[in-house]
Design a protein around this ligand. Structure first.
Ligand SMILES: Nc1ncnc2c1ncn2[C@@H]1O[C@H](COP(=O)(O)OP(=O)(O)OP(=O)(O)O)[C@@H](O)[C@H]1O
Ligand SMILES: [Mg+2]
Length: 468
């Protein structure tokens, strides 16, 4: 096998894989992937197109051809790797390896090792757990890593693994991975703006000679978008807008402008003396997520904003700065944990109050701040959708516009039905939606009419006074 390893590294192409009486002849796409020496090699495409199979075969070949190799096999959860082990072991001869269950290591007769790793420990949970997992990764010296279902893995984890690729047991070092077409960072990294060292190989369900025809016929009869994506494996930008909450046709009308900067805030329009404003705030502890403030004018322009990772007392100062600058607008802060701390600082300002039904005393009480729940989030979204369809909101800041485009419907309980696409933020969207709450083209009209009536009355009085 070491001879094969040398030839392979020198450009010999492997075309099939046999063990026992089993022989897998690679499809042209699988062949390209197996033989790719690109630093970051990705095979993407439709369901059942042989992505996992070829990932495993390449990993086995690298383990067998290069003694003392050390390779990491990662999926989001370690339990999902375990579920794939029968497929993996089906591609190995029993006498080749020993599986150390407790350590999660498959050790080969030639000293090569495959470490099974649940990558979620690096991206989910609290900060201290993530730090611990990062520390563990830092102790590794890898020649290659393999990721099945890259769409579940965050960019930061991918970067952390790349930093471990420094073991010399193989003539080259590699990250090998697969994905179904999905809206996540790798679209940009491998497709839209391919980074240095990347190679993306597309495969289709129809490439796999093993799939039964009735299954393929059934798959082909599904809706067009599904077929494009999950049968043919097309990874195109329309997928990126699949589940967007806000229609792109409206978002495309927003034109980004360069702001002025004041006290770290972005200012697009200076305040006008008689104009009314509103302010939405999405507060955060400032460690993981940024906090966001949006100020909108009653004629629907988002004219100022702040976004940054700062402690709550500093956020309070930003809110106050914008509050006094923009004629003391109504503040609508989200009353999450960080929001409670913010409310302590701004409770004497004009703050939105929500109604709470007090069943005990059968009456409504009021509390400061916006409580985000599935239903209140839905109401916020529906209100803003209506405004959008009337062309009322005008948003000038680039980051908010981009966040709107990646704000999607989700099933995640944490996101209460809608939120940012993984690896994207939604704090600017939330503060914007809050700022526009109860604002409509009519609210300004009503004020204009009132103003007109008042001035008419004043003129009349003046006239009467003069007359007298
Ligand atoms: N070149 C091949 N020749 C014969 N059978 C193959 C070949 N490649 C894959 N298969 C078989 O096709 C089936 C589907 O392959 P696999 O699970 O690798 O697809 P996948 O792209 O990972 O699917 P999914 O998108 O569902 O994760 C498996 O049973 C596998 O053994
Ligand atoms: Mg698979």
């Amino acid at each position: 096998m070491t001879d094969l390893g040398k030839q392979w590294a020198d450009g010999y192409d492997i075309e099939e894989y046999s063990i026992g009486d089993k022989k897998i002849v690679f499809t042209p796409q699988q062949k390209r992937f197996v033989n790719s020496k690109a630093r970051f090699s990705l095979i993407y495409g439709g369901f059942g197109s042989g992505k996992t199979t070829i990932l495993f075969i390449k990993m086995i070949l690298q383990s067998l051809c290069y003694p003392d190799n050390y390779i990491l096999l990662g999926r989001k959860h370690v339990s999902t790797i375990e579920a794939l082990l029968p497929d993996l072991f089906g591609l190995l001869l029993k006498k080749w390896y020993h599986y150390h269950v407790k350590q999660g290591i498959i050790e080969f007769f030639n000293g090569s090792k495959i470490l099974l790793y649940g990558l979620d420990s690096l991206q989910d949970g609290n900060m201290s757990d993530i730090k611990k997992a990062q520390q563990k990764i830092k102790g590794l010296n890898l020649s290659a890593y393999y990721i099945d279902q890259l769409e579940e893995i965050e960019f930061g984890v991918f970067e952390a693994l790349n930093a471990r690729l420094r073991r010399k047991s193989m003539p080259y070092r590699q990250g090998n991975m697969n994905t179904n077409p999905a809206n996540f960072w790798a679209y940009d990294y491998f497709m839209a703006n391919p980074a240095k060292g990347t190679e993306a190989i597309k495969c289709s369900m129809l490439d796999n000679p093993e799939l039964p025809q009735d299954y393929i016929d059934e798959q082909l009869s599904k809706d067009k978008r599904y077929v494009q994506r999950y049968v043919y494996g097309n990874w195109t930008p329309n997928i990126l807008t699949d589940k967007c909450v806000f229609a792109e046709e409206h978002l495309d009308k927003f034109k980004a402008l360069e702001p002025e900067k004041e006290e770290g805030c972005e200012i697009f329009e200076q305040p006008e003396p008689n104009r009314k404003y509103r302010m939405g705030v999405d507060p955060s502890e400032g460690i993981v997520d940024p906090s966001s403030i949006s100020v909108v004018s009653e004629d629907g322009h988002k004219i100022a904003k702040f976004n940054g990772k700062i402690p709550i007392h500093a956020l309070g100062a930003k809110v106050k700065f914008l509050y006094y600058k923009y004629n003391e607008p109504l503040i609508i802060p989200e009353a999450n944990a960080a929001g409670q701390a913010l409310l302590l600082q701004i409770r004497d300002l004009k703050v939105f109050e929500r109604k709470i039904q007090d069943e005990k005393y059968d009456k409504d009480t009021r509390k400061q701040g916006w409580k985000m729940s599935w239903s209140s989030k839905k109401a916020l979204i529906e209100h803003f959708q209506q405004l959008l369809s009337k062309g009322f909101p005008k948003i000038y800041d680039k980051k908010t516009i981009n966040e709107f485009k990646t704000f999607i419907w989700t099933d995640s309980a944490k996101q209460k039905g809608a939120g940012a696409q993984r690896n994207f933020h939604d704090d600017d969207v939330i503060s914007t939606l809050l700022a526009y709450w109860e604002l409509s083209p009519d609210s300004q009209k009503k004020r204009d009419i009132k103003y007109y009536k008042n001035t008419q009355a004043a003129l009349k009085n003046k006239y009467v006074m003069q007359y007298i």
